[in-house]
Write a protein that binds this ligand. Sequence first.
Ligand SMILES: NC(=O)c1ccc[n+]([C@@H]2O[C@H](COP(=O)([O-])OP(=O)(O)OC[C@H]3O[C@@H](n4cnc5c(N)ncnc54)[C@H](OP(=O)(O)O)[C@@H]3O)[C@@H](O)[C@H]2O)c1
Length: 249
Amino acid sequence: MILLPLLVGYSLALTAGLSLKGVRTRTAIAGPAPATPPRKVLIVGATGGTGRCLLEQALARDYEITALVRDPRALALAHPRLRVVQGDVLDPAAVDEAVCGQDAVLCALGHKRFFPPSRVLSEGTRNLLRAMEGYGVSRFVCTTSLGLGDSAGRLGLAYTLVVIPFVLPFYFWDKTRQEKLIEASRTAWVIVRPGGLTNGPGRGDRRAGRGVGSYFETVSIPRADVASFMLDQLTDDAWLGAAVGVVRS
Ligand SMILES: NC(=O)c1ccc[n+]([C@@H]2O[C@H](COP(=O)([O-])OP(=O)(O)OC[C@H]3O[C@@H](n4cnc5c(N)ncnc54)[C@H](OP(=O)(O)O)[C@@H]3O)[C@@H](O)[C@H]2O)c1
């Protein structure tokens, strides 16, 4: 019986930590938006669920895409406006090669190795931001998750009390580091925090904002709708310098 209050206490303490350590308010320190709309866009995580949606939708919107991928065979797509750079986001040389010459970067980096602790998200993002600042690439749109900073608790009770504390604690801690690096960068950034991701076609009924999500029910959104929202952020300055939640309405 004594175990239950201890576990709940741990979960709530972690939620408080994620709240304090993630991006909390609109900071308005994002760098200036580029004067011209981006044309050349790097996608990181293009072999993943959200990244694949980003890739297909970005090509449909006529962007010139570079995809930084560890295994080009996993992409299984050829297109005249798609260039593939093989490499790991943890390798600064590969990141430099992919970032050089771009107008913007879209990041849907993720992994499923939740234990032991890892810094893939934060260190990969550090490499991207360093290269972007070095080459003068301004616009950065990156997906993290609801449940961080001022959205702590908003993935719903099951995530707050069970999934994040017992399955994803290190992963979410790395995401807070990732968000803080983005916030401190000189890029024109938007952090996109989705609810639980689902597959299947986009529904187009997404709701975005700083107060979206629920403290009780699990909230979700199709990856395709997250991708279309991220692509919109390439040309829309409304959420520049902010972490914005996005869920199915
Ligand atoms: N699942 C959810 O319900 C949920 C909810 C909210 C937010 N999110 C977040 O949303 C984001 C996208 O999630 P997802 O499930 O669509 O992604 P995913 O399918 O897990 O794909 C992750 C992508 O990151 C790439 N990647 C991982 N490590 C890399 C490295 N070292 N170098 C280069 N690329 C690397 C993967 O490449 P490989 O193919 O080479 O592995 C893959 O393309 C993630 O950050 C995730 O945490 C997920």
